[in-house]
Ligand binder design. Structure first.
Ligand SMILES: C[S@@+](CC[C@H](N)C(=O)[O-])C[C@H]1O[C@@H](n2cnc3c(N)ncnc32)[C@H](O)[C@@H]1O
Length: 243
């Protein structure tokens, strides 16, 4: 009975949906070789004509998470051209969620005109190295929950996530740290900008260490994390729910 066994699978998935990092492995069901073709055209991928740097599994999983979480506040670190911020705002609108999108970048000059004209999004110029200035504690304390924080700037990642941990992340909020897939960085080791790739690999290690320190504070949501296979995403073990 196909349907019955699917139901059992769903139930057992629910039982172990939220798990600690110590129960998770640094591996992925998708082989290393696929991460090059899956990421090499990232800057040609668009939403409403604006670059969006998300992999296909993220494009599918994020809307489901948004629909379930119904975030009142989304903060994205790393706006690039603004495509992901527009996509997040569109998803909120489609689902009838009254949430606000804040997107921070050190250089907002690169924003696409479509993004600049989108009044639903609050683009803030700021440096992740000075996150307490870019997003002051007073501002954060006024932002309604639940929150979805997306770290996608790859600069001072530990400082940034620790800052949100200390300044507002509450039980039920989500934190996603992007690009924690080791395979994805390793397949680009022959790329011109070696230093950037090394920084990416460092981020992966730093992230796991940070999460081990906070394993009683954050759990991995394996429902979204493993939707398309174990860690089958640019994000390994980094779709987190605050306990
Ligand atoms: C990977 S891109 C973001 C992609 C975007 N979130 C998306 O999904 O389309 C990283 C962004 O981080 C920004 N960035 C780099 N250093 C930064 C810093 N110190 N503070 C804030 N943003 C920074 C870059 O300007 C770049 O736009």
């Amino acid at each position: 009975m196909m349907i019955k066994s699917n139901l059992f699978a769903q139930e057992s998935q629910e039982n172990k949906r939220f798990v600690k990092i110590s129960q998770r492995e640094d591996r992925c069901d998708l082989p290393k070789s696929v991460w090059r073709p899956l990421t090499e055209n990232a800057y040609f991928q668009t939403w409403k004509g604006v670059t969006i740097d998300k992999d296909p599994t993220q494009i599918a999983a994020y809307p489901m998470l948004l629909y379930e979480l119904r975030p009142k506040t989304i903060i994205e670190l790393g706006a690039l051209k603004g495509g992901s911020a527009i996509w997040l705002a569109d998803n909120l609108e489609i689902f009838g969620i009254e949430g606000k999108v804040y997107s921070v970048d050190v250089d907002l000059d690169r924003l696409d005109e479509t993004a600049k004209a989108d009044s639903r999004i609050h683009f803030l110029e700021g440096d992740c190295n000075k996150i307490n200035i870019a997003l002051k504690p007073e501002l954060l304390s006024d932002l309604p929950h639940p929150w979805l924080i997306i770290e996608d700037a790859h600069v001072n990642m530990v400082g940034v996530v620790e800052y949100f941990h200390e300044n507002g992340l509450q039980s039920g909020d989500y934190l996603i740290v992007e690009d924690t897939n080791k395979f994805m960085w390793e397949v680009w080791l022959d790329w011109d900008d070696q230093a950037y790739i090394e920084l990416g690999l460092q981020k992966v290690d730093d992230f796991r260490k940070w999460l081990m320190k906070h394993e009683n504070d954050y759990e991995i949501d394996t429902f979204y994390q493993d939707m398309y296979g174990y860690n089958a995403s640019k994000n390994w073990n980094s779709i987190l729910k605050r306990v």
